[in-house]
Structures are given as C-alpha cells and as structure tokens.
Design a protein around this ligand. Structure first.
Ligand code: TXA
Ligand code: MG
Length: 321
C-alpha cells in the first residue's frame, strides 16, 4: 500500500498516481506540468484532445485556475464542495493545453475524500485526474480496480477504500450563456437550480467536448443488454435454452434460476455498487450480460446514463474505446 509521502514524491517527479475520490478513483498528475499530464494520456490510451478535470483543495483555488469566475460558480462551490460537482469555467492563460484539450475552458472540482484532500493540501497545486481506467472502460471504485487497469505502470496507488458515490461527478458548464449539465451525476438538476436558478440539461452544439458523454463508454468487454424486468427474464430463459451462459445485473432481487448480482433498489445504493458489479460480471466470461433497466425519474438519471453508455460500448470493437 502506498503512502502520502510516496504519492507526493511521485507527483513531484512528474509521475501519475492512483487517487481515491468519493466518486471514482482518478489517475492524477501535476496539472501545471504538460509532460506530467501527457503521461496520463499515454497510460490511459486516451485521445489527447479530451480535457481533464483539475482537482483542487477548495473554493479558494477557483481564481487560480479560472478567470471571470461567475457568482454562480462561487455559490455552487460553497454549496457542493468538497463534493461530486465539476464546474467548467473560462481558464486562466497558464493552464496547459494538455489539460484543457486546447479548449478555452477548464473543469474544476474539489473532491470530498479525506485522502484526496490531505494530498491536495500537502501538494499545494492542482491535480489533473481523469478516472483511472483505460479509455472507454469501466471506471474504478477500489484501489484493486486501479491495479487491475494499470499494474506496475502505476506503482503508486493510494488506497482510500470503496468510493462512496460510485459514479463520476456531475459536470456543469458555466462558461456559456446558460448553465448546462454536460454529464449527470449525484448532484442533480433540481439541487443545482435550488442554488443558482434555471439550469439546462444535455450537451448542445456549442458544448465543449466531454469523453464521459461519448455514446460508447464505461463499457464491459462482454456484450450487455439493458431490458425491463419482464423482458429480461424472458430473454434470460431464451438465451439459456440456446445453451448460452448469461449473467444478470438486477435491481433489488435476482430473478430465480439465473446467475448474477442484485444491486440495492435505491438509486444511491445502486450507483455505489454499479461499476464494481459490472467489473465482476464482466470477469465471469459469460456470453451475455443482461442489466435490468432502472426506473425513470431524476434520481436515476445518472445511473441510467452510465448503464446506457455501457450497453452501447459493450462487446468487441466498440467505438470510443
Ligand atoms: O468524478 C469525476 O469527475 C472523476 C474523479 C476522478 O474526479 N473524474 C472523471 O474524469 O470522471 P474523466 O476524465 O473520466 O471525465 C471527466 C470529464 C470528461 O468527459 C472530460 O471531457 C470533461 O470531464 N471535461 C474536463 N474538462 C472539460 C472542459 N474544459 N470542458 C468540457 N468538458 C471537460
Ligand atoms: Mg472517465
């Protein structure tokens, strides 16, 4: 297990480390050093024009990375930081193009995890960190997942236990005319609107690029179908009759006579366990994964978004991997 001192030394040497946050584990490097940030892209196999989130120790860092910071950003940071909300703001000129993908904006977030906050305070600067998975794959929610992804290529991984939230932060673009959610997360539209008024949801033609918004993402290697419960049960029976091995990701309880996992019936509990469950089911070597379609409604929006993208990207030869 790696220590804070090892993590600091690695970061100061321009290396990338595994960093626990309350959402998912990040692959973190010094956001002020282009060569350190390039190391992240090389490790992930991610296209270099995809921007990274800069993690900071608190709202007092907003002006160090962003300029013309709107009042809405300060209100939201006050309300939700440390926490699972990323704010897209106009960047300070010094922010490297490697971090922003050459865009005029920067994504900022203060993570609500004691290990991440201790490290950020000791480090002093910002840490660029995407999720610590290879591009297009399932995000890691334990230190062991990070080791599975990168092995010896990332020798320093801070173990902060299981990620409490389990899915990535909400991304809110505050750089345009109107606040807009680019990626749904645990902080929902209603909660944001309670603080700053009307917020639009969904990327539009002017929205900056966000790889978390690619249609095929968060994907297992095994093909995955998302079906409502009744359709899932008949599909499972049909596939089994054809001699196929299937595994089911259910909500609440697992249907009788099938192999698989059941996640909690509530959205928060479900999100917490989602990626670990997908990873475990993917490792079983079955022919097909069947995921029970979650309920409609705002509480389930982020889970629904991740499952839909997992299904779109699952199996061999998917785009955006
Ligand atoms: O919860 C999270 O946000 C996790 C943890 C590690 O903090 N990080 C994460 O990073 O999910 P990543 O790189 O996997 O996803 C970040 C998303 C990407 O889709 C990226 O394109 C978008 O944030 N992003 C970052 N900077 C941006 C910018 N300036 N404009 C638009 N999108 C941006
Ligand atoms: Mg990611």
């Amino acid at each position: 297990m790696s220590t804070l001192a090892q993590a600091l030394a690695a970061l100061r040497a321009g290396e990338a480390i595994g960093l626990p946050t309350e959402t998912v584990y990040g692959l973190a490097a010094d956001a002020s050093r282009p060569e350190a940030v390039r190391r992240i892209f090389a490790l992930k196999g991610r296209p270099a024009d995809h921007p990274l989130i800069v993690h900071v120790a608190g709202a007092d860092q907003l002006d160090a990375w962003a300029r013309e910071v709107p009042e809405a950003a300060r209100l939201l940071a006050g309300a939700f930081w440390p926490g699972p909300l990323t704010l897209i703001l106009r960047k300070q000129p010094h922010v490297p193009d490697e971090v922003t993908g050459g865009q005029p904006t920067v994504g900022l977030r203060c993570p609500a995890h004691p290990v991440a906050l201790d490290l950020l305070r000791a480090f002093g600067g910002g840490l660029a960190a995407p999720s610590a998975n290879r591009f297009g794959r399932i995000s890691p929610t334990t230190a062991a997942h990070v080791r599975e992804e990168f092995g010896d290529a990332v020798p320093v991984v801070l173990d902060g236990g299981d990620c409490a939230v389990g899915i990535e932060s909400t991304i809110l673009d505050l750089s345009g005319e109107q606040p807009r959610i680019l990626r749904p997360g645990q902080v929902g539209q209603a909660a944001l609107e309670a603080v700053i008024g009307p917020v639009a949801a969904g990327a539009d033609a002017h929205s900056p690029r966000a790889s978390g918004t690619l249609e095929a993402h968060y994907a297992p290697r095994t093909p995955l179908l998302m079906l409502v419960r009744a359709a899932l049960e008949s599909e499972a029976a049909e596939q089994q009759a054809l001699g196929k091995r299937i595994a089911v990701l259910a909500r609440g309880t697992l249907p009788a006579g099938v192999e698989g996992l059941a996640l909690p019936a509530d959205a928060t509990g479900y999100a917490h366990g989602l990626y670990a469950a997908l990873r475990e089911l993917d490792a079983r070597g079955v022919n097909l994964l069947l995921a029970e379609r979650p309920p409609e409604g705002e509480a389930w929006l982020a889970v629904h978004d991740r499952l839909r993208r997992s299904a779109a990207g699952a199996g061999a030869g998917h785009e955006g991997s």
